[in-house]
Design a protein around this ligand. Structure first.
Ligand SMILES: [Zn+2]
Length: 549
């Protein structure tokens, strides 16, 4: 868009002024720099659909005319952003079984959107390794990968010197432009929403506002801000940049991976990629290599609650599986209460021993306002059993034991539990740890994965899926039972309210891509994001050699 160019041109002018004040000179031709654009949640199948339908004209053009290649990539389990980014950014096998999980040894939940959790996981698991974004910048990512600037941290603003103020001004030019442009688009969207509301008052009132909030919040403001911030970094020659566009993933969660609203967001992302590419061309001396990749796909899911008479998964687990009519109790020594223990009176209501009105009231509180009872919405614990729903995956932890509990021990306590669970209409697979590798329960039958492929036999990617289940169950933080709603008898199921889901082993979640320039020598085949690390970390290593020379 020419007006964007005007804003960036103004910003470059200010940058040049900054350089003169600092008496620095313009950067000379140098080493290659890394630039990663992630389209969160886009499977290879949907990418190919979007390319074929002309929804991503820029990407299609570079593929057809400039010889860019679509490298297939298998992302492993869980098919989820934090696991992908930790492996790609640091080259380590992550202990991140989902977007929300429990660390038994620390007796702590990890929930990525919660402040501080991602930083804690990155500190612990990156283990002092060099990130692929060392000294660079990240936008919209879960982890920093060693970046100096994450999100909108304009570090220069901390030094209020003369040139520092000018630098801040340069950043402000960008911000002011984003604000102005986004405000205009927001106004247009609001106007459209009002018109839609007039046309269809009931439907629009019922769910329109949510869609509008997502669209305005993510699609417009955040994407615009990211794109211009990246453009600014490219002009500045930042050594490595990783920007994650979240629009498609968010819309796909809300409406499903092939819904027109989700697909339409790809057009806007394609525009942003084009804009970034053009800025790269304007500063060829910085030699940016651009990669467009995706961290996982999504599967279309039904909500578990609808298959369970309106009850959430945790409630079904506690009411139907852990408190069978006869009142069987686990044969473990009761340990004193852990965290989040409440007054026993409240506990009585919550465990269902107080019938009638109060029970219904507490169920209501629990479903809608769980933080009042001191818990995250998708986590529940009773009698040393902790259940966490993270998407199409749910984890069951026996928290009286710090170590993962193998299936033999679980069977001693709860004979037949895993098999029965796998027969529930809202459940596809149940995985556990066996003495000789992972065990899978499906439709009530038990399979020893590795020795046999069980329900995964007959897939094109059988060997990869089976080995990725092995990787998942080696993670200490994966549940003692890992439950997946994928391939349940009525179709794919998620345990949280969403139409599109990921973290599970369906082909549409596991198979993604890297679009790379024709000269890029990517590892082939790409069967785990960990392979990207040595390829990407070379960029910051080259930077070292140059500054040493
Ligand atoms: Zn997602």
């Amino acid at each position: 868009m020419p007006l964007d160019d005007l804003a960036l041109g103004l910003q470059r002018l200010v940058d040049r002024l900054v350089r003169r004040v600092r008496r620095g000179c313009a950067p000379t031709p140098s080493h290659q720099r890394l630039l990663i654009v992630q389209i969160d949640g886009l499977s290879r199948d949907v990418l190919e659909l979007a390319l074929a339908q002309g929804r991503m004209p820029f990407l299609r053009r570079v593929i057809e005319r400039a010889g860019w290649r679509v490298h297939p990539m298998f992302v492993g389990l869980p098919s989820s952003t934090p696991a992908f980014q930790l492996a790609a950014m640091y080259g380590v096998r992550p202990d991140i079984p989902g977007f929300h999980y429990h660390e038994k040894r620390q007796r702590e939940d990890v929930y990525f959107p919660r402040a501080g959790d991602a930083a804690r996981v990155e500190r612990a698991q990156a283990a002092g390794r060099r990130g692929i974004l060392d000294g660079g910048a990240t936008y919209g990512c879960v982890f920093t990968g060693g970046a100096l600037d994450s999100l909108f941290t304009f570090a220069i603003m901390k030094r209020p010197t003369g040139s520092g103020l000018l630098s801040a001004l340069s950043a402000l030019v960008v911000l002011a432009w984003v604000a102005l442009k986004s405000a205009v688009i927001t106004l247009i969207e609001l106007l459209r929403a009002v018109l839609r509301l007039l046309a269809d008052p009931v439907g629009e009132w019922r769910r329109g506002w949510k869609w509008l909030a997502i669209k305005i919040g993510l699609s417009v403001w955040v994407r615009e801000l990211f794109t211009l911030a990246v453009a600014r970094d490219i002009y500045g020659g930042v050594p490595a940049i990783y920007v994650n566009y979240l629009d498609y993933d968010v819309l796909s969660h809300a409406y499903g991976p092939r819904h027109p609203r989700a697909l339409r967001s790809l057009r806007r992302i394609d525009d942003s990629i084009k804009q970034i590419w053009r800025v790269c061309r304007r500063v060829p001396e910085h030699r940016y290599d651009l990669y467009v990749l995706s961290d996982h796909g999504q599967a279309h899911t039904k909500l578990f609650d609808e298959l369970a008479g309106g009850r959430r998964f945790e409630r079904v687990i506690f009411e139907d599986f852990f408190r069978p009519q006869g009142g069987a109790r686990p044969v473990t020594p009761q340990r004193p209460a852990g965290r989040h223990r409440l007054a026993s009176g409240i506990k009585a209501f919550r465990t269902g021993r107080a019938p009638g009105f109060f029970q219904r009231f507490f169920n209501y509180i629990e479903d809608g306002f769980p933080w009042i009872l001191g818990e995250l919405k998708e986590a529940r614990e009773r009698d040393n059993v902790r259940v966490i729903c993270a998407g199409p995956n749910a984890f069951i932890y026996f928290v009286d034991d710090d170590a993962p509990l193998p299936i033999e021990r679980i069977e001693e306590r709860w004979p037949g539990l895993a098999g029965e669970l796998s027969q529930h209409p809202g459940v596809g697979y149940v995985f556990a740890r066996g003495s000789e590798g992972p065990v899978c329960f499906w439709r009530g039958k038990r399979y020893r994965l590795g020795a046999e492929a069980g329900p995964f036999a007959g897939r094109d990617d059988t060997a990869l899926v089976v080995s990725s289940i092995g990787d998942l169950m080696k993670m200490p933080s994966a549940g003692d039972l890992v439950v997946y709603g994928i391939d349940a008898s009525p179709g794919h199921v998620s345990y949280i309210a969403e139409a599109g889901a990921h973290a599970a082993p369906s082909p549409e979640e596991l198979h993604t891509f890297v679009v790379a320039p024709p000269t890029a020598r990517l590892p082939d085949p790409l069967t785990h994001p960990i392979q990207l690390y040595p390829f990407f970390v070379r960029y910051v290593q080259h930077g070292d050699r140059e500054s040493a020379a």
